[in-house]
Design a protein around this ligand. Structure first.
Ligand code: HEM
Ligand SMILES: *[C@@H]1O[C@H](CO)[C@@H](O)[C@H](O)[C@H]1NC(C)=O
Length: 317
């Protein structure tokens, strides 16, 4: 009895050592230290999405914009300071990335629930992305955890590494490849555009100048997006911007993609087949989206004693 429990204690310690030595993340990271962390995040996300459905889209996008810029390290959340060239001021984020106040509210409630700052801002972004997708009717997945927060940010990296809505397919493929993501990840993660809105400035050229666009759709979009001015006017990225459904992909097949980059995924190139699949196969979209979100969430995390767990997501400790 004594020797068997000694053995299992050794086995347990060995497991802990192995788990700590590897730099990989695990869904059970906070189970022991703060079992209330994940339920607290979920509760605040649900309340925020209930107040405004678009918030779910905005929160999902924050995790993407975090991960593509020097990894999933919450660098996007840092405010400008003498030492921080904030990513919030980068072209793809300025007047566009939103939901920061929800993240701050979550951080303060989670720290209260945990009795201290044990959950990183980077992990909060990853869990919030999943809970937002679920709140809007999409798939769920086990979020890998154990990321730590950066002490730096890079506005210039945000400008080079976040994909442009004006990019052609090869540029989109390359941008994802740079992050270790393949064509399938590109197509299925672009399916996030089943949620949320875009500003007129990002799709104006498409609805006035492009030819691979449904004319009735272009005309309808022009009514709230004039050829000059109105750059901040919003249009939904698909016809059902508050529902995680297949409409984004069926739309692409009908040349009703809102962004140039969206329509590139179905324009006679190598990704047409994936769009065809997802447009008619909800389980495939659900399953592959969940898998690719985990993959995106694994981009170059800080682990172990790298970085820090911020006390305030907006600033370095
Ligand atoms: C493939 C390359 C991508 C490009 C070029 C792109 C570009 C854009 C642009 C231009 C907007 C509109 C922003 C605005 O006008 O304020 C937008 C919105 C959005 N993007 Fe993407 N995106 C891409 C991939 C992704 C990925 C991978 C995700 C998440 C997994 C994502 C999630 C979203 C969401 C949810 C919105 C709506 C946000 C809101 O309503 O606040 N996008 N994207
Ligand atoms: C359409 O294309 C022309 C020529 O490139 C450009 O000058 C014009 O600004 C474009 N129109 C819109 C609305 O983007």
């Amino acid at each position: 009895m004594a020797s068997s429990s000694t053995f299992s204690l050794c086995g347990y310690l060995l497991l802990v050592l192995v788990a700590t030595a590897s730099s990989s993340l695990t869904p059970s990271y906070y189970d022991g230290v703060c079992p209330n962390a994940l339920p607290t995040i979920k509760r605040v996300v649900e309340a925020a999405v209930y107040r405004e459905r678009r918030m779910g889209a905005s929160l999902l996008r924050l995790h993407f914009h975090d991960c593509f810029v020097n990894g999933c390290d919450a660098s996007i959340l840092l405010d400008p300071s003498p030492t921080i060239d904030s990513e919030k001021n980068a072209l793809p984020n300025a007047n566009s990335a939103r939901g920061f106040e929800v993240i701050d509210q979550i951080k303060s409630e989670v720290d209260k629930a945990c009795g201290g700052a044990v959950v990183s801002c980077a992990d909060i972004l990853a869990v919030v992305a999943r809970d937002s997708v679920v709140a809007l009717g999409g798939p769920t997945w086990a979020v890998q955890l154990g990321r730590r927060d950066s002490t730096t940010a890079s506005r210039t990296a945000a400008e080079t590494d976040l994909p442009s809505p004006f990019a052609d397919l090869p540029e989109l493929i390359n941008g994802f490849k740079k992050q270790g993501l393949d064509e399938k990840d590109l197509v299925v993660l672009s399916g996030a555009h089943t949620l949320g809105f875009s500003k007129c400035g990002a799709f104006k050229n498409r609805i006035y100048n492009e030819t691979n666009v449904d004319p009735n759709f272009a005309q309808k979009r022009r009514s709230t997006c004039p050829p000059s001015g109105g750059d901040g006017n919003l249009a939904p990225l698909d016809p059902t911007p508050a529902r995680f459904d297949l409409a984004y992909f069926t739309n692409l097949k009908n040349k009703k993609g809102l962004l140039h980059s969206d329509q590139q995924l179905f324009n006679g190139g190598s990704t047409d087949n994936l769009v065809n699949t997802y447009s008619s196969n909800a389980p495939a979209f659900w399953n592959d989206f969940a898998n690719s979100m985990v993959k995106m969430g694994n981009i170059r995390p800080l682990t172990g004693n790298q970085g820090q767990v911020r006390l305030n997501c907006k600033m370095v400790n």
